[in-house]
Design a protein around this ligand. Structure first.
Ligand SMILES: NC(=O)c1ccc[n+]([C@@H]2O[C@H](COP(=O)([O-])OP(=O)(O)OC[C@H]3O[C@@H](n4cnc5c(N)ncnc54)[C@H](OP(=O)(O)O)[C@@H]3O)[C@@H](O)[C@H]2O)c1
Length: 277
């Protein structure tokens, strides 16, 4: 269908990206969904599953080129692929820190560069960057995850000032704790990145419950997919989208009242750790 809108979603083999692919397809969009585990991407008439590793430049190039060859247009790019390379800032190997930035930040940057010429020609396009409330707030062991999400937000805002003149917007969704594989992967990485007899072992032990409770999941991935959809389709998009008033409020507190944030966050962490035991 010539007028069918085209959305490109990264990280669509699980969690929010998986649900977003299903949701956009159900609304009649043509969905191009990428992930390394291509076989786990949902199957539906409107969904084309493509192998994608956002840390590999050739993979990003061939992913976007194959979509443009088929459609000639891209209305929305959702930079969703991401994970948490958790562990003590002192001990995470540099190689893993670089992988964290390649996945959560540089992947989004390169894919955006690849779609922008087409969006400029169309005089329309939207880039939806999936950050986190952790782009503004922070917890121990998440130094590089938080750094990538903060970078993503700053970059997205600058990009927006440059491309809005062409009818293109670059905006940010900041999920809070959401049911997905994210917590299990972050915990696995935190354990893997810990050196033998590490002085930081007690921090991991005290936060294990927080991770296994999906960071106090207050939402399902399907609910976040609805937020992605709103961010992609609002006529006058906002710079930031949140799932809940609580997520928006804690981000506001972290930005405007950093000392109060530390106090509130400590209480929240203790509660989450207790609830998930
Ligand atoms: N869940 C939360 O509590 C939470 C909170 C705030 C923000 N977020 C953010 O939300 C986004 C979605 O996370 P989620 O919760 O849905 O996690 P998830 O269930 O672990 O899904 C992550 C997705 O990212 C993909 N991915 C990871 N590395 C990739 C790579 N190198 N190339 C291509 N795809 C890659 C994975 O696919 P493959 O492994 O198959 O490649 C998977 O489809 C992430 O950016 C995450 O940081 C999550």
């Amino acid at each position: 269908m010539e007028n069918q809108k085209v959305v490109v979603i990264t990280g669509a083999s699980n969690g929010m990206g998986f649900e977003a692919a299903k949701l956009f397809a159900s609304k009649g969009w043509q969905v191009f969904a990428g992930a390394r585990r291509v076989e786990k991407i949902p199957t539906a008439k409107n969904i084309t599953a493509l192998k994608l590793d956002v840390t590999v430049s050739e993979s990003n190039h061939s992913f976007i080129q194959s979509i443009l060859d088929k459609t000639g247009r891209i209305d929305v790019l959702i930079n969703n692929a991401g994970y948490g390379e958790y562990g003590p800032a002192e001990e995470i190997p540099m190689e893993n820190i670089r992988k964290q930035f390649e996945t959560n930040f540089f992947g989004a940057v390169e894919l955006s560069q690849l779609v922008l010429p087409t969006m400029r020609t169309q005089k329309f396009g939207r880039i939806v960057n999936i950050s986190s409330i952790g782009g503004d707030l922070y917890m121990p062991l998440g130094a590089f995850y938080h750094a990538t999400k903060a970078a993503l937000q700053q970059w997205s805002d600058v990009l927006d000032t440059e491309v809005s003149q062409f009818g293109i917007r670059s905006i940010v969704v900041q999920p809070g704790g959401t049911e997905s594989s994210w917590g299990a992967i972050a915990l696995e990485n935190a354990e893997k990145n810990l050196k033998e007899n590490s002085a930081y072992q007690p921090i991991i032990d005290s936060l294990r419950g927080v991770f296994s409770g999906s960071m106090g999941a207050g939402a399902t991935s399907a609910q976040l997919a609805e937020v992605f959809y709103k961010a992609a389709t609002d006529e006058n998009p906002k710079h930031r989208y949140f799932h809940s008033f609580g997520d928006r409020s804690i981000v506001h507190i972290a930005r405007a009242h950093p000392r109060l944030f530390l106090r509130v966050f400590k209480i929240m962490m203790n509660r989450m750790a207790k609830n998930s035991k």
